[in-house]
Design a protein around this ligand. Structure first.
Ligand code: AHG
Ligand code: MN
Ligand code: MN
Length: 361
């Protein structure tokens, strides 16, 4: 650029990096590729970004403002709610309601569909307002996960469960916010995965990780070691082989943080089913579907026991699913290890059509 040539090097060094791309600019560019778009989808992404900035602020100050600790209530799954679970839930609800593009929301923190004041909204959103919240009181990373669908019910009426149970491949956008050493928004609209880092001094998310690609192979596996004895023998054998091949374990216990590390560096996240909990723990609508789409969009994979997570039929708003997600080769290996007799037929499944991976015979 010509400005640069007129300034000497020391001034350029003092000025630092070029200004970069804000989330807003990125969204506008994306929108301009769809001449018929009227901008409400773009506004919806902005609303999510705004809510995440407020949640970020509250997380940063929670130890000082009385927002740390348990709320004394339980959610639909019987899990203890933290105060920040509820405040994040309320922040996202308000931001999405104010925007007017969303007609209804499903949240981990509420059993029923939440209807906004905007039945004219075209979209519905499934939300894990605060993921990994048990980490929070010890100042470890947490996240938010979201999944957006265009509603199928008639605009102007109240959305129904069917709007949320369309299936993972019908998502129009999905992503997460990671509240870590820096705060990041990572999302897809079906054209790859882009990551934005929050600059608190500007109050802006800046494009920092364009077109993220998950390495096909990693050297990290992420699971709760305390439950390994309850896993199926085939999964335990796979883990033993991983260790023999020099893999390390990395498990934060916040899906967003574990998934993000493996997405960038390569690795496998797993929360398998057990005899006692055949569907594991991870919720399909607002944890597994959005992360599975991100994985596939970044050339990774995400499977349940035998099929792509995105092909799992959701049977309820808060249904759970076993999950193996991350580097394509590692997911394929665990799939082969746990389904040895089906290895050939698995290669024809859509999970593998979405990557260049072929299941070993
Ligand atoms: P949430 O805090 O939204 O309920 O989600 C917690 C999930 C997920 O973030 C994490 O990977 C998993 O629970 C950890 O579970 P375990 O403590 O059973 O390992
Ligand atoms: Mn969660
Ligand atoms: Mn949560």
């Amino acid at each position: 650029m010509t400005v640069q040539s007129t300034l000497n090097d020391s001034i350029m060094a003092a000025l630092g990096l070029p200004i970069g791309t804000t989330l807003d600019r990125f969204i506008k560019r994306q929108q301009s590729q769809y001449p018929s778009a009227v901008g409400d989808f773009s506004q919806l992404i902005r609303d999510i970004a705004l809510a995440s900035k407020i949640v970020n602020r509250e997380i940063n100050r929670a130890g000082l403002s009385g927002l740390a600790g348990m709320a004394g209530s339980t959610n639909v799954q019987g899990e203890m709610q933290q105060k920040l679970d509820l405040s994040a839930h309320i922040r996202f609800l308000r931001a999405l309601n104010n925007g007017g593009e969303v007609a209804a929301i499903v949240s981990e923190e509420e059993e029923e569909i939440i209807h906004t004041d905007h039945p004219e909204g075209k979209y519905v959103v499934a939300l894990d307002p605060l993921d990994g919240s048990s980490n929070f009181d010890t100042n470890v990373s947490v996240g938010t996960i979201f999944s957006i669908y265009r509603r199928t019910s008639m605009i102007g009426t109240a959305p129904t469960a069917a709007d949320f149970l369309q299936g993972g491949r019908r998502q129009v956008a999905a992503g997460y916010v990671l509240y870590g050493p820096s705060t990041m928004l990572v999302f897809t609209t079906g054209n790859g995965v882009n990551g934005f880092t929050y600059d608190p001094s500007l109050g802006e998310f800046m494009l920092s990780h364009p077109q993220i690609q998950c390495p096909a192979q990693g050297s990290v596996y992420s699971c709760n070691d305390g439950y390994v004895d309850a896993y199926d023998e085939s999964v335990r054998h796979y883990l033993t082989r991983c260790r023999e091949q020099g893999c390390s374990a990395r498990y934060i216990g916040a899906f967003v943080a574990d998934f993000h590390r493996n997405l960038l560096k390569g690795g496998l996240y797993m929360y398998p089913g057990t005899q006692q909990q055949p569907d594991g723990k991870i919720r399909l609508l607002y944890e597994a579907f959005p992360m599975a789409w991100l994985a596939e969009q970044a050339s990774g994979l995400a499977v349940a026991n035998t099929k792509a997570i995105l092909d799992v039929t959701p049977r309820g708003l808060h249904a759970r699913t076993p999950i193996f997600a991350g580097s394509a080769q590692m997911v394929t290996d665990v799939l082969n290890a746990t389904n040895p007799k089906n290895a050939n037929s698995l290669s024809s499944q859509s999970v593998l059509q979405h990557s260049s991976v072929t299941v070993a015979k």
